[in-house]
Ligand binder design. Structure first.
Ligand code: HEC
Ligand code: HEC
Length: 248
């Protein structure tokens, strides 16, 4: 792989995405950020067997189900996967069950849980993905009656996004950064959820891209980049053990 194999991103947009990725205002109860589950110190995963969403406290293995009324009702039914190289152009399906994929089924070019209500203007499948944790009750949205976002999800999924966008754009420091980084944003009111999602995708691509591993060097023709054991593992992985049929 090389740089050209990844969706091009704007560095200024990535800078905004970095702030948003660590900002709990994207969650209904303002108590969890993307980074809580996809932390750089945890290899961009959550370090848990089954994740602990909004209401929990702490990070990684120290994360607890929280206390009092905020305490979690349910764990996330799987762990948070690492986010490496998802900005690669060849990525056309996301989530363990493939519920988000590049498709012609709707005019927006993606098959997703939002069906035809996915907003226009997303720059990549990674940007589209960023919309969904915000709508997930146990991940970021919160439980019904706890906040406006959790209530909106039950109405229709796309009712959530304008509420999130408004939370972001009323913060002057964010608004100024969006105006500077996006050609189609002249004032705070122009900021919608697609700008937020595109900024998050830009950050994820910038931060979690790697193509200088020994494996990459080997693929590029440096036969000495892998040890004999590693080469044997590679043969198994793509051969007899058939790991690559799922982990391609
Ligand atoms: C409560 C923990 C949690 C939070 C918060 C969270 N995620 Fe995730 N994330 C997960 C889990 C669990 C999955 C796997 C879900 C699945 O495959 O069904 C996932 C999947 C993903 C994927 C797809 C990975 C793949 O290979 O298919 C991306 C990208 C991602 N998250 C980015 C984000 C972004 C951006 C945010 C913030 C807007 C966020 N996540 C917030 C837990 C979380
Ligand atoms: C039939 C599909 C399939 C095959 C074949 C497969 N895996 Fe997996 N593997 C998965 C799934 C799905 C998960 C995620 C499980 C979860 O998170 O609940 C996973 C998880 C993993 C993980 C943990 C990743 C993490 O970040 O937590 C490793 C490591 C792994 N597999 C290695 C292998 C190896 C090595 C082989 C070949 C011997 C293999 N897998 C074959 C589907 C498969």
């Amino acid at each position: 792989m090389q740089e050209a194999d990844f969706v091009a991103f704007d560095a200024e947009q990535a800078k905004i995405g970095q702030l948003l990725f660590f900002d709990p205002i994207l969650s209904g109860n303002r108590n969890i950020a993307c980074a809580t589950c996809h932390h750089p110190e945890l290899g961009s995963g959550d370090g848990l067997s089954l994740g602990i969403g909004e209401g929990g406290e702490g990070l990684g293995r120290e994360r607890t189900p929280g206390q009092g009324a905020a305490k979690i009702v349910k764990r996330i039914p799987r762990n948070a996967p690492a986010l490496w190289n998802l900005g690669a152009r060849e990525i056309d399906v996301l989530f363990h069950d493939g519920r988000l994929s590049v498709s012609r089924i709707y005019e927006n070019g993606l098959d997703s849980p939002a069906q035809e209500w996915l907003p226009e203007g997303l720059n990549s499948i990674l940007a589209a993905q960023a919309l969904f944790p915000m709508t997930a009750e146990f991940e970021m949205a919160g439980n019904p009656k706890e906040n406006q976002i959790a209530g909106a999800v039950y109405d229709r999924i796309d009712n959530v996004w304008p509420i999130v966008a408004k939370r972001v754009r009323v913060i002057p420091e964010y608004a100024d950064m969006f105006v500077a980084a996006f050609d189609d944003v002249d004032q705070a009111l122009d900021i919608d959820i697609t700008h937020i999602a595109n900024a998050l995708a830009a950050f994820e691509t910038q931060e979690f891209t790697s193509f200088d591993s020994p494996f990459d060097a080997y693929l590029n023709g440096d036969r000495a980049a892998l040890s004999d054991d590693q080469k044997a593992g590679l043969d198994l992985f793509y051969g007899k053990a058939d790991c690559s049929s799922c982990h391609s």
